[in-house]
Ligand binder design. Structure first.
Ligand code: KG4
Ligand code: ZN
Length: 356
């Protein structure tokens, strides 16, 4: 079964070809350099860039794989959530191709795509499992009850984990995107030099909040630099990066651990751009001694890509779901529960410990 994937929800233009769930080719054009001078993604610029890059990237995929579009079994394009103008570019490109070739079109939820990214490598755990989705726009915790069934049990109340990295990196002068820069800088830092709090929400064991952490870093940074008059050395910046990273990772893993215990599900999948974080991966590995097993997608499929979009369509086809066809519209907001229903409601076995 051959599926073409198209992803244009934010600042990555991506196309991929999957055959029977295996990646034949996955091409990603990152617009990071186009937006870096503005310190973040400029939606209008991103949409225009998708318009310029997508046809060329699709042409490259065709040349490299010898793809005849009429031979496809499905076309899958991200239909939301994301930046409206950006989504329209990819989805309308896919509609044109579907109309011209009569190949069925699937409009894929970007978050469902991230969750499916774990299936792009061998060894993905069967359901039930706990899933932590950590990207630049979303941070949520789910119980995957069965294939295609997913119940949200927690989410961030404010910033997403990736957003927290991006905003704090700006304060530290580490540029955009912040996550990879924090990850790199933290390697030579000591988290105990400028300790930061680990976010907790009393009474909501699986929810997260990163805005307080961001403010704590901002104030501490202001103190240490005397309001910006005494800029940090590279080592000082590394200490801040290490401390921030440690707090974010502790907050994320404590929610996973709590959910795994409460639901009696020891397999935990982590997906989304922040799943690329080296500290998160290393600390998750340490939890194997507590009986938990973490599963991460390959690094190239953590941040936005089109292979995960095609893989989500593969799952939908396997579950016998019908294509969406040309009538599907782009949705800038689109809860994953709209595409992956909650299922049988696996009950929590124990009452989880709540935050202090
Ligand atoms: O999934 P993604 O590519 O886009 C969204 O759907 O949002 O995630 C992008 C986010 C950014 O916030 C970026 O800073 C973060 O993922 N990120 C990382 C790392 N690589 C990317 N965060 C921490 N450590 C990393 N190595
Ligand atoms: Zn994403």
């Amino acid at each position: 079964m051959k599926i073409l994937g198209i992803e244009t929800s934010c600042d990555e233009t991506a196309v991929a070809l999957l055959n029977d769930g295996h990646v034949v080719s996955s091409l990603v054009y990152s617009q990071i350099r186009d937006h870096a001078q503005y310190g973040g993604v400029v939606p209008e610029l991103a949409a225009r860039k998708h318009l310029e890059i997508l046809p060329a990237l699709y042409g490259k995929l065709r040349r490299e794989t010898g793809l005849d579009p009429a031979s496809l079994d499905a076309i899958a394009a991200t239909a939301g959530p994301g930046l409206a103008g950006c989504l329209h570019v990819g989805l309308n490109f896919a509609k044109g191709l579907s109309f011209a070739t009569d190949v069925p079109l699937y409009g894929i939820n970007h978050l469902e795509g991230h969750l499916a990214s774990i299936e792009l490598a061998p060894g993905a755990p069967p359901a039930p499992c706990i899933a932590l989705l950590v990207s630049g726009g979303h941070t949520s915790l789910y119980v995957i009850e069965a294939p295609g069934m997913c119940r949200q049990i927690g989410a961030t109340r404010d910033d997403a984990a990736g957003e927290a990295f991006d905003k704090c990196a700006k304060v530290l002068g580490l540029g955009y995107p912040g996550g990879p820069a924090i990850d790199l800088a933290a390697r030579s830092g000591d988290a105990s030099v400028f300790p930061l709090p680990v976010p907790r929400i009393t009474g909501s064991p699986y929810d997260l909040s990163f805005s307080g952490l961001k403010t704590a870093l901002l104030y501490k940074h202001r103190d240490v630099t005397h309001g910006g008059e005494k800029p940090l050395t590279e080592t000082g910046t590394a200490h801040f990066a290490a401390s921030l990273q440690q707090s974010v990772v502790k907050a994320l893993l404590s929610r996973c651990e709590r959910a795994a215990k409460a639901f009696g599900i020891p397999a935990i999948v982590v997906a989304g751009g922040v799943a690329a974080n080296s500290c998160l991966r290393a600390e998750a590995e340490k939890l194997t001694k507590k009986g938990l097993t973490f599963f991460f997608p390959p690094l190239s499929f953590c941040t936005d890509n089109a292979a995960m979009i095609a893989r989500a369509a593969h799952g939908r086809i396997q579950r016998g779901e019908k294509p969406d066809g040309l009538a599907i519209s782009a949705r800038s907001r689109w809860p994953v529960a709209d595409t992956l229903p909650a299922g049988s409601e696996i009950p929590a076995r124990k009452k989880p410990r709540t935050g202090r």
